[in-house]
Write a protein that binds this ligand. Structure first.
Ligand code: PLP
Length: 431
């Protein structure tokens, strides 16, 4: 598969190079040159296919012959070694739980797939690749876990000291092996700035191969399209008019769903549910795009003022506002509304959501007011344990902590404190 840069200056490239480089040399996001719809019997017979068969059929065109069939199947099997259950709330609403992976975040799938692709591409290289990420919490854990033990890949994670939750910190700092956590005296933006500086530092790039692992990387972004196919498989015989509601921050997950639609998935509509970071909501109302600095909310993985994947969404709908408008509804909700939704889900359905899923529930309800015949699938992107304080105080009940978390809470934290870009650079150069 050939990929082109959405800035349209850099030359086209292969899947392998797009995965290794992350961003194109002209700083554009990579996008697949053509998306070939799957055969119609793929969808009619999807109930008889396994998760692995579905994933292989759907993803193979994006990889092409750059990874041999049997190897790609191994990568997929390894990536998807947990469940994606659906909980039906009523005839209009279902919840697709994407939090059963090792770090209880939906980002596990993309991180695991990318790590294994990178490991394959680096299989006989003597020069190791260093994955550098800044995290405000969730991404770092999924990336650290996804890349753990992958040969030829070192992972360096920067996180702001004292600004991530206890659980998140344990997820970053207890793994060891090829994962190093750098604890930055500063806030998330300081971590992000240091990472950005490292990527444009010529002295560094002469000596080490650096890559990123955020959702701009196609290998982290594309496998998320599988969620939508898995949900369709479970629900197609019970409901027509399937609509997906996606709690959105950088718009990578929902954009992957739109790729599934391009592959022929019979989906009626998408809903992007946002917290008060509402740049896309305002765009859909006014047709003008004005990013704003992000504001902090209780659904903090969606605190994004300028969603990086929105440009891919525009490309998918041929940069036509009207075309996008007929496929996408967007809503924004406050923290107060989000807490009320957590409580409502618990009282009415005995369902304990996390704040991101609760924003999704609000988006689904708002949409059902105008389209009461729809069946809306809400993507629940994190386990409520990850947002323990707000969920427990809101619903007034203790949450059972899953085993994945219990185990790591007992392990000792290992991190290296750093203060400045120079500290980061000297760490990278001696590593
Ligand atoms: C990353 C994240 C999101 C946002 O996903 P995007 O693909 O960036 O839109 C939503 N919920 C949780 C829990 C996340 O970690």
């Amino acid at each position: 598969m050939t990929y082109y840069s959405l800035n349209r200056i850099a030359p086209d490239t292969s899947f392998e190079q797009a995965v290794i480089n992350g961003l194109a040399p002209d700083k554009g996001l990579y996008f697949p040159k053509n998306i070939r719809p799957l055969a119609s019997d793929f969808f009619s017979s999807i109930d008889h296919k396994s998760k692995i068969e579905i994933a292989y059929e759907a993803l193979k065109q994006f990889v092409g012959d750059e990874i041999p069939e049997s190897k790609l199947k191994d990568i997929i099997e390894d990536t998807l070694n947990f469940d994606f259950p659906i909980v039906e709330l009523n005839k209009n609403l279902s919840i697709l739980e994407l939090f059963h992976g090792p770090t209880l975040a939906f980002k596990d799938v993309g991180a695991r797939f990318m790590a294994r692709c990178l490991g394959y591409f680096n299989r006989d290289n003597t020069q190791k690749v260093t994955v550098l990420v800044a995290t405000s919490g969730d991404t770092g854990g999924a990336v650290a876990n996804g890349f753990l033990g992958i040969k030829g890949v070192e992972v360096v994670i920067l996180y702001p000291s004292g600004k991530v939750s206890k659980i998140q910190e344990k997820q970053l700092t207890t793994l060891g092996q090829n994962i190093t956590a750098l604890e930055v005296a500063g806030v998330f933006d300081d971590c992000q700035d240091m990472v950005k500086r490292a990527f444009v530092d010529d002295e560094l790039s002469k000596q080490i191969k650096l890559t990123s692992a955020n959702s701009i990387n196609i290998a982290r972004w594309l496998p998320q399209l599988l969620y939508y196919l898995f949900a369709y498989k479970e629900l197609k015989n019970n409901y027509k008019n399937l609509v997906f509601c996606v709690p959105s921050g950088n718009y990578g997950n929902i954009c992957a769903g739109m790729v599934a639609q391009k592959l022929g998935l019979p989906v009626k509509h998408f809903i992007a549910a946002n917290n008060s970071n509402d740049t896309v909501v305002r765009y859909m109302e006014t047709k003008s795009y004005h990013p704003k600095p992000s504001v902090a909310t209780i659904s903090n993985a969606m605190d994004v003022g300028n969603p990086s994947n929105f440009i891919r969404i525009k490309e998918l709908y041929d940069n036509s506002y009207d075309n996008l408008k007929s496929n996408l509804s967007t809503y924004s909700f406050s923290d107060l509304e989000t807490k009320q939704a957590l409580l409502e889900l618990y009282r009415n359905y005995n369902y304990i959501a996390d704040p991101h899923g609760a924003v999704g529930y609000l988006g689904a309800k708002a949409f059902l007011k105008k389209e009461p015949e729809a069946h809306v699938v809400i993507l629940e992107t994190a386990h409520p344990t990850k947002f323990l304080d707000v969920v427990e105080t809101t619903i007034g009940k203790e949450i059972t902590i899953p085993n994945q978390i219990k185990d790591i809470m007992e392990k000792p934290k290992k991190s290296i404190p750093i203060k400045s870009y120079d500290d980061l650079k000297s760490f990278l150069l001696k590593g």
